[in-house]
Design a protein around this ligand. Structure first.
Ligand SMILES: NC(=O)c1ccc[n+]([C@@H]2O[C@H](COP(=O)([O-])OP(=O)(O)OC[C@H]3O[C@@H](n4cnc5c(N)ncnc54)[C@H](O)[C@@H]3O)[C@@H](O)[C@H]2O)c1
Length: 245
């Protein structure tokens, strides 16, 4: 039997990241779940016969330690799905809160930069690999989120992915971006729980008439990671049930 390809998934303990870990395992990959949430992450790792590594995506030394732990356990990585993310309620007309902006940027933007640097360098040395960064449909048009800090960092993810795609392509490393619409995960649980009566209206406005599920986004990540996306780099795939139409 061929050795499974190893993929690290940040934010792998919950939501889109967890669904990606499940799908990749089903398709024969070996997953490394990298997250702050120890208990959830370890439980999922046990279920999937994978590895949990503690990672704070905003800290360079945390990336180096996570990559060391992953390669010690399984050898070189094939890829990275960068799904860790943070969303606040930083409104354009709300109170000025630079700290909240810095926290959002540290996780959503610096976290993505560190991933393409640390894992990108590792893949570059292997001469192959695939990185999938999770942005947001709100980085195409700010339809889903009024959080201006979040939206600005998700636009940043698109830029980071393009720079990384250009720099890493000559070394056989592809970098692509997935832009999810509204997906039913813990990140948007407060929206769903606070306004249950609005969910039907929200879904009626989506051309496919439903909110997305984490597996919908996981399939797009799988596309880019696997040989299905072999000629894609610097590409962006919107997974939003047609919300931008
Ligand atoms: N749910 C949506 O509607 C939606 C829409 C567009 C984009 N996204 C993006 O999809 C990605 C996954 O989000 P989700 O909806 O699955 O949310 P989620 O809250 O279920 O998962 C996010 C995960 O990121 C982890 N995380 C947060 N900060 C971290 C850090 N500093 N280091 C490591 N891990 C950290 C959390 O512990 C959590 O497990 C995020 O980047 C999010 O911005 C989500």
């Amino acid at each position: 039997m061929p050795t499974p390809q190893v993929v690290m998934v940040t934010g792998g303990a919950s939501g889109i990241g967890a669904a990606t870990c499940r799908l990749l395992t089903e398709r024969g990959f070996q997953v490394v779940i990298a997250d702050l949430q120890e208990e959830l992450g370890r439980n999922l790792a046990d279920e999937l016969y994978g590895l949990f590594v503690h990672l704070d995506v905003s800290l360079p030394e945390s990336w180096t330690a996570a990559l060391d732990a992953a390669t010690t356990a399984y050898g070189p990585l094939h890829g990275l799905v960068a799904a860790a993310g943070f969303k606040s309620e930083y409104l354009l007309g709300g109170p000025l809160d630079p700290e909240l902006f810095h926290r959002t940027a540290a996780i959503n933007q610096l976290g993505i930069i560190l991933g393409v640097q640390v894992v990108g360098q590792h893949l570059r040395e292997q001469g192959s690999g695939s990185i999938v960064n999770i942005s947001s449909g709100s980085a195409m048009a700010p339809t889903q989120s009024p959080d201006i800090a979040y939206v600005s960092t998700k636009w940043g993810v698109r830029g980071i992915s393009r720079v990384a795609a250009k720099e890493l392509s000559p070394y056989g490393v592809r970098v692509n971006t997935v832009l999810p619409g509204l997906i039913r995960t813990p990140m948007i649980a407060t929206i769903i729980e606070s306004f249950p009566e609005r969910v039907a209206d929200i879904e009626a406005d989506i051309p496919l008439r439903r909110m997305g599920e984490p597996i919908d986004v996981a399939r797009a990540a799988y596309f880019f990671l696997s040989e299905l996306g072999s000629y894609c780099t610097g590409s962006e795939l919107v997974v939003d049930g047609g919300s931008l139409v």
